[in-house]
Design a protein around this ligand. Structure first.
Ligand SMILES: Nc1ncnc2c1ncn2[C@@H]1O[C@H](COP(=O)(O)OP(=O)(O)OP(=O)(O)O)[C@@H](O)[C@H]1O
Ligand SMILES: [Mg+2]
Length: 313
């Protein structure tokens, strides 16, 4: 039984195709579609698997896409629990324009989740034994109650598990008020929380500290894209910088960062080491084209290079 459970309230079946050139008003011949299971928590579970760990993916699933996500997770060796829903799980479309070498991500709205359905998600979570980390990641679909994070936090407390949240907007605000062990906003998401646009890293640290002192939060990880991430707790602050990398695609970087942190934390590593490894995983994900998550070998070699002491000049 995995000690990490990821929850994806708005999962997606990601369908990737390429076209010779993206031109309007034309019938565009697409390549054979490649299907992948997606949505924040599902991606975190997949990245943890790639890193050699185990996570169980819990999500509401309905219709063809819901079934297909379960099959794909199974083929990747990832345990999952799909809570059946009346609606149809969304299918996202990812189109590569071969002429321009560009990728377009069409993000569909998810189905409405009824009260019986989200209640069932919490019930399934409650039934699991030995859970140490509950990772809630991705967007929140319509139908979820405003106190969903307070409810999740209660389940986490009963299990003596840590709640980790990576979401945005109103949902992130709710998570902060409800309390969580760790949140992972990027600068824009943190700025939105504080009603401040164009945040710089220095003011981000102040805001993160304030969030920790005013709420039941212990750790804020602010991700900074190519600059890495900052870890803020009540009494510590560190900036973790990755080596310079030529990114192929930054899709999946945030999920790989969260996966690396949770994977290391659950292996008993310190918070600081876990954040360093997470940053290495986020950066490793950018080495791969398209939606591909981090590869273990890349993550480990970036991590080692980050831990080498600076040369004495
Ligand atoms: N251009 C880049 N070069 C090197 N590393 C990167 C780059 N972009 C992202 N990363 C790595 O990925 C991590 C997460 O990236 P980012 O801050 O973009 O998260 P995010 O905004 O949540 O991303 P997402 O769009 O996946 O949700 C960073 O902390 C960093 O380690
Ligand atoms: Mg993100």
């Amino acid at each position: 039984m995995a000690t990490i459970v990821t929850i994806t309230f708005n999962p997606a079946l990601d369908k990737s195709v390429s076209v010779p050139e993206l031109i309007s008003e034309r019938k565009l011949k697409c390549s054979v579609p490649v299907y992948e299971p997606g949505g924040g928590g599902i991606n975190v579970a997949r990245a943890i698997k790639k890193l050699g760990g185990d996570a169980l993916a819990l999500y509401p699933g309905g219709g063809y896409a819901g079934t297909k996500i379960g099959e794909l997770l199974n083929s990747e060796g990832i345990q999952s629990i799909a809570v059946p829903i009346e609606g149809n799980t969304r299918e996202n479309l990812i189109v590569t324009d071969q002429a321009a070498g560009k990728q377009y991500l069409f993000d569909m709205p998810g189905p409405f989740i009824t009260a019986a359905e989200w209640h069932q998600c919490l019930t399934e979570l409650g039934k699991l034994d030995d859970v140490k980390y509950i990772v809630v990641s991705g967007s929140m679909p319509a139908g979820l109650p405003g106190d969903i994070f307070a409810r999740l936090n209660r389940v986490a407390a009963l299990k003596n598990a840590r709640l980790i949240v990576d979401t945005s907007g109103e949902a992130l605000l709710q998570a902060v008020k409800a309390g969580a062990y760790l949140i992972k906003p990027n600068l824009k998401e943190l700025g939105h929380l504080a009603h401040e646009e164009g945040l710089d890293p220095t003011s981000a640290v102040k805001i993160a500290r304030q969030l920790i002192s005013e709420n039941d939060l212990q750790v804020v990880i602010v991700s900074l894209g190519s600059l890495g991430a900052m870890m803020v707790t009540t009494d510590t602050f560190i900036l973790v910088s990755p080596p310079k990398i030529e990114p192929k695609s930054t899709v999946g970087a945030g999920d790989s960062l969260v996966a690396g942190i949770v994977h290391y934390l659950s292996s008993g590593k310190s918070l600081q080491e876990s954040v360093q490894f997470g940053v290495a995983c986020g950066s490793a994900a950018t080495l791969n084209p398209g939606t591909e998550l981090c590869r273990k070998a890349d993550a480990e070699s970036i991590y080692q290079s980050m831990r080498k002491p600076a040369p004495v000049l």
